[in-house]
Design a protein around this ligand. Structure first.
Ligand code: UDP
Ligand code: MG
Length: 319
């Protein structure tokens, strides 16, 4: 372990022209304190990843860079989403740092927790330090409930994520190199990173409201993110289809015995138009859902086998 490691703070940014100057200020101030306390080396820096923003995010990064070159940047050619932007940043700093911390551009995750994270790396030899939210009081009631539903649902589906940990974490250079071996297109870093192994630790922090701008994760995106997470890490939904089919078969056998029994004892079976209709619709929907779930996996295979690049870096300011 390097006792005064070179730290890189990776910040994915999508339409963050309003938040970025405030965030850059806070993070540079934090870097100053970390360097003065000799917790990290003097050549530590911040890397902002512009994820194909449509506003003046990249121009803002350029300006901030010209004022203080510890703030660096790369710009992706298209908007590839938070996970890919984060990966692009982490892979860029991989060989240019000893430790990297990823943090959102909106300061919702308290940057002060980075100090604790660095200490866990230096003193406890932790190679991955997860930032875990201690409270979500600043989130709306709706966001809190849906976010908790999101974690419980995933864990019940066999995906091992750290509870209330988003993508705020420290990774050592070694952890980053191991991460680079994971080649999946359907990137769900929260699911992959616990799979890396290595020594981990947890730091808790309070979650704040956004400093400026608005959330890019509405409910629909969170939902698709959750489904993506599950289908990328677990085949359990397909097992469920099989189990549902098997239970229905059992019910079917019981009903068949009942019908045959009533036939043998002479009572005619009631003209069950309603039950017939209902069961047709019920089975029809089950079959469609089942095909949909299988399709979800096939779609993933289709995307994975193409091995397309996950991001393209168009411009960079790394000096
Ligand atoms: N983000 C990104 N690409 C996207 C959407 C979001 O890089 O397509 C970044 C965004 O700039 C922010 C982080 O991902 O730094 C988290 O987004 P946001 O704060 O909107 O999500 P929330 O905290 O509301 O879940
Ligand atoms: Mg946010």
């Amino acid at each position: 372990m390097n006792k005064t490691p070179r730290l890189a703070i990776v910040v994915p940014c999508y339409n963050e022209e309003k938040a970025l100057p405030i965030t850059a200020d806070a993070l540079l101030n934090l870097l100053d304190r970390l360097t003065n306390d000799a917790l990290v080396s003097g050549d530590s820096y911040i890397l902002c990843v512009n994820d194909g923003s449509r506003d003046l995010t990249w121009e803002t990064i350029e300006q901030l860079h010209s004022k203080d070159n510890r703030l660096k940047g790369i710009s992706l050619a298209h908007n590839r989403g938070h996970q890919n932007a984060l990966l692009a940043g982490l892979m860029t700093v991989k060989d240019r740092c000893d430790i990297a911390v990823s943090i959102d551009a909106d300061l919702q995750d308290d940057p002060e927790a980075i100090i604790e994270m660095v200490k866990k790396y230096r003193d406890d030899d932790a190679e991955i330090v997860f930032g875990v939210r201690s409270s979500r009081e600043s989130d709306t009631w709706f966001k809190r409930v849906t976010a908790h539903g999101f974690y419980s649902f995933q864990n019940s589906m066999g995906l091992e994520t750290v509870y209330d940990h988003a993508d705020y974490r420290l990774m050592s250079n070694r952890a980053l190199n191991l991460l680079s071996e994971y080649g999946e297109q359907n990137l769900f870093l929260r699911g992959i990173i616990p799979l890396i192994g290595l020594k981990t630790a947890i730091v808790t922090y309070a979650r704040n409201p956004r400093v400026a701008g608005e959330s890019k994760y509405p409910l629909s995106k969170m939902l698709s993110f959750s489904i993506d997470g599950i289908t990328s890490f677990s085949a359990r939904p397909m097992r469920w289809i099989f189990l549902t089919g098997a239970s229905l078969l059992l019910i079917d056998i019981i009903v068949a015995l009942y019908v045959l029994g009533s036939y043998c004892f002479g009572s005619s079976v009631a003209p069950g138009w309603t039950s017939l209709m209902l069961s047709i619709w019920f089975l029809g929907s089950l079959i469609l859902i089942a095909i949909g779930i299988v399709g979800e996996y096939i779609g993933k295979i289709f995307i994975e086998v193409k091995h397309r690049p996950r991001y393209a870096i168009e411009k960079s300011l790394l000096e």
